[in-house]
Design a protein around this ligand. Structure first.
Ligand SMILES: [Zn+2]
Length: 471
């Protein structure tokens, strides 16, 4: 197919963006070359990999292509958390490198820690410049450009996460204007955080075209704007991250945005994580999420048991290998999501970078209830397809919480729009739960801030397991 025939292909592609239109073979040969260079650096400067290469009897010269990565064991977050400094390149001052490769530019912290201690991820100037190239391409995939006014709706958090900062960076990358709401949990000594209503006003006053934030928070901004009768007619794109965004959620956001004047909003979902300093994202709704930087990262889907790479379309653990980093650097790092990949040319935009094609499931979210392993994401998709639900929470609990051996119980807490028939919603929720997980839930009606209070937490906690641990 001639490239011009792809409906989602942008008219002007930047020099950086052209790489994604090269052939699969060309992209792969760039990845192979970059991997060889990166492994050479790891062998010289990475405390962790120096030791690992010795232990495995491998030298950097043995690694020639990305297929040789299978020589290496998977790296899990728990191993990285044990000693994050071991994964940071230790380049001595007299090393034959440019200053950019040694200077510490910034530190972000990974989310999802269980111990409560955040884990640092270091970037040098070299890494930050490479990241701006990656974000330039990301802007092109989403169709964000210098005419846009981006509303940064990510919270300012005690631990620097990528959401807030990368939104500013991707605006820098394409020359868009960016305004930040600075919401988040209040800090007494310096009460600089602003309210949900400020965020709503900010979008209207600045005539923002892009709403960028965590899915459930962006939705809450839209709901509040609806309540206040605001004018959001300039909004054309919601770039939402941090949670899966099933079809029901997209339809709900679109319907509400139309009520406040937006005509054809594109709800763009992505899978972002600290270890790639950005996000994969969609060029069209549910069209798969583009990697954008195949010259910086190599993604694999691997079998959870054997660590072997799985072919396109098969479900497994997502891993990332860094191909061009000087700060923290990994080979085959397990991100923590189960999903599928494709390397096929994107039928919408014609790009050839890899795409994540299944809405990812966090591995930690597979839940055993009444002896059956269920996927709460399927239940979430079903619940979010019911109109009139403002917030919901899936709770795994016990018939009697004081008795750990009593029966497991599935409960759905739900906040609904004023004036709706509770019994009707209850009946539909039960129907949907039976379809999704073959279980009958108990339905509990609550106020929406009992489930998600944007002044206290980052996002709605959709799944809660209250069952006492059995040991
Ligand atoms: Zn595409």
């Amino acid at each position: 197919m001639p490239m011009e025939n792809y409906p989602g292909k942008p008219r002007n592609i930047s020099e950086f963006g052209k790489l994604l239109y090269k052939s699969q073979d060309e992209i792969r040969s760039i990845q192979n070359r970059k991997l060889r260079e990166q492994v050479g650096l790891l062998e010289k400067y990475s405390p962790y990999y120096k030791k690992l290469f010795k232990k495995l009897g491998i030298s950097a010269a043995d690694i020639k292509t990305v297929d040789d990565l299978e020589e290496f064991p998977l790296l899990y977050k728990r191993d990285y958390m044990k000693n994050p400094m071991d994964f940071r390149l230790d380049i001595p001052p007299d090393a034959p490198v440019q200053p950019h490769e040694r200077i510490l530019w910034g530190v972000h912290y990974t989310t999802g820690t269980t111990s409560g201690v955040p884990t640092p991820f270091f970037s040098t100037t070299h890494d930050y410049y490479g990241n701006l190239m990656q974000l330039t391409r990301m802007d092109e995939v989403a169709g964000i450009n210098s005419h846009d006014i981006v509303a940064n709706l990510f919270p300012l958090t005690p631990v620097p996460h990528i959401g807030f900062w990368k939104t500013i960076d991707y605006s820098i990358a394409c020359g868009a204007r960016c305004v930040s709401a600075v919401t988040g949990a209040r800090y007494e000594p310096f009460p600089i955080h602003r309210s949900l209503d400020y965020a709503v006003e900010m979008v209207e006053k600045n005539r923002c075209t892009v709403l960028s934030g965590i899915v459930s928070f962006v939705r809450r901004v839209i709901m509040r704007a609806e309540e206040l009768g605001k004018d959001f007619s300039c909004v054309r794109l919601c770039f939402v991250l941090g949670e899966a965004c099933p079809k029901g959620m997209r339809d709900d956001m679109r319907r509400r945005l139309r009520n406040i004047g937006a005509s054809r909003p594109f709800i763009c979902s992505g899978l972002g994580f600290t270890e790639m300093q950005g996000t994969t994202l969609e060029c069209t709704e549910e069209g798969g999420m583009h990697l954008c930087a195949p010259d910086l990262y190599f993604l694999e889907i691997v079998d959870e048991q054997t660590g072997k790479r799985l072919p396109d379309g098969e479900k497994g653990l997502l891993t990332i290998t860094h191909l061009d980093r000087r700060g923290t650097s990994f080979l085959r790092y397990v991100v923590g999501d189960i999903t599928t990949l494709t390397h096929e040319t994107c039928p919408n935009c014609g790009r050839n970078d890899a795409r994540v094609v299944m809405q990812p499931v966090r591995t930690m979210e597979l839940v055993n209830i009444k002896g059956t392993l269920i996927n709460p994401d399927i239940l979430k998709t079903e619940i979010s397809s019911i109109k009139g639900i403002e917030e919901y929470q899936i709770v795994f609990t016990k018939e009697d919480l004081k008795d750990p051996l009593s029966m497991d119980k599935l409960q759905i807490r739900v906040a609904i729009e004023r004036g709706l028939d509770k019994r009707n919603i209850e009946r539909r929720l039960i129907e949907k739960a039976r379809k999704a997980v073959e279980m009958t839930p108990e339905i509990v009606f609550v106020g929406k801030s009992e489930i998600f209070d944007p002044t206290k937490t980052l996002k709605s906690t959709r799944v809660v397991d209250n069952r006492p641990a059995l040991d």
